[in-house]
Design a protein around this ligand. Sequence first.
Ligand code: HEC
Ligand code: HEC
Ligand code: HEC
Ligand code: HEC
Ligand code: HEC
Length: 245
Amino acid sequence: MRRLIPALAVTLFSGCWVAEYDQVGDARFPLEPHRLWPLYTWNDGQIAAGKTTGPQAALEQPIPFSHNIHAGTLQMQCEYCHAEARRSIHAGVPTLGTCMNCHSQVKLDNPDVQKIHMAWCGEPKCTLAKDAYGQLVPPPNAASPAWQRVHDLPDYVYFAHKRHVQAGVQCTECHGQMSLQGQKLADPANPDAEPSVQVVNVRETTLQMGWCLDCHASHPTIDQNYGEQADLRRAELKDCWTCHK
Ligand code: HEC
Ligand code: HEC
Ligand code: HEC
Ligand code: HEC
Ligand code: HEC
């Protein structure tokens, strides 16, 4: 909060102006990162990043996981893999054990599925161990893939999934149509070849303060959930302390 105080005064004068810059040069976020508050050099920590504009700009994930196959074609529920979303600040990313529930059996000849096995046991096809309840026992050296984050708020912002999910705000309102992401697309350099370029995950919203505030001022669940208290709740959601603790 200390860092916010000088900015607070400026913000009041500038009407919460937040500029967007093309380049910041943070190697962790190679995708069109934007400076959140360029007036201050102390804002050199985290930045929201991740929007891709073309296939070349796609983040390199350790395993090209396709939401389109799993949440689209196979119609898996988001919360099967992001089980924390309803009860925690984070939505969470599934452990390899979740993948292995199926991929211990499914698509074993696929080189990307073999990457799951490599991370699980160090071999392209693992010998499986199960406990007395039939659950897979992870090998002692099972590693989690180093998934790159696509949505990332600065540390000084408080955001909690659970309140939003419990209130009835849909994943799509903030993350777009995830179940369409991860389709194979034609390579622009070689348009006649079979589609091969996979944009695994695109951030579709800005995650900027104005975006949060716009929704807080107008989302229909606030009237539904708070009735006569709705205006009071909306005022609370505008308060700086709600998001900057
Ligand atoms: C089979 C498991 C699985 C299902 C089902 C699934 N996801 Fe995911 N999701 C993942 C994995 C693994 C990642 C990390 C890799 C990546 O970013 O592509 C991820 C990443 C994400 C991210 C990006 C996180 C970041 O880096 O910022 C969002 C947003 C997301 N999922 C939303 C959804 C939504 C919405 C649904 C339902 C439509 C869904 N997921 C269904 C496994 C799943
Ligand atoms: C409920 C079962 C299930 C779970 C859980 C699951 N998958 Fe899959 N996955 C499938 C099936 C079925 C296919 C094959 C779809 C097809 O070929 O039409 C598949 C296909 C794949 C493929 C190959 C895609 C291609 O190009 O054909 C990869 C890679 C993959 N999954 C990764 C993962 C990862 C990583 C996780 C964990 C985050 C995961 N899966 C969790 C069922 C599952
Ligand atoms: C009100 C907007 C909003 C809703 C609704 C929402 N998310 Fe998120 N999500 C975010 C923001 C903002 C972040 C970045 C959080 C951060 O950096 O701390 C995020 C991050 C994530 C991540 C990255 C890992 C993490 O936990 O930070 C995943 C995965 C994800 N969301 C999945 C989901 C799923 C699945 C749903 C629906 C059940 C959902 N989200 C609903 C805004 C939302
Ligand atoms: C609904 C949540 C929310 C509320 C309420 C809110 N903010 Fe923010 N604020 C954010 C988010 C998210 C960011 C980071 C993204 C961005 O810069 O747009 C941010 C960024 C900022 C920054 C930029 C800091 C930097 O280092 O770049 C300042 C300053 C700020 N907020 C001040 C305020 C003030 C003053 C208020 C009260 C009038 C306020 N905020 C209310 C969500 C909120
Ligand atoms: C699509 C709409 C939507 C967006 C976008 C959105 N929110 Fe919210 N948010 C809500 C609603 C609705 C509530 C009220 C939930 C309730 O009171 O039950 C809420 C409540 C909150 C709360 C109060 C939680 C509590 O414990 O009282 C915080 C903090 C918050 N949002 C932060 C954010 C931040 C930060 C962002 C932007 C990064 C954001 N929200 C973006 C709809 C949204």
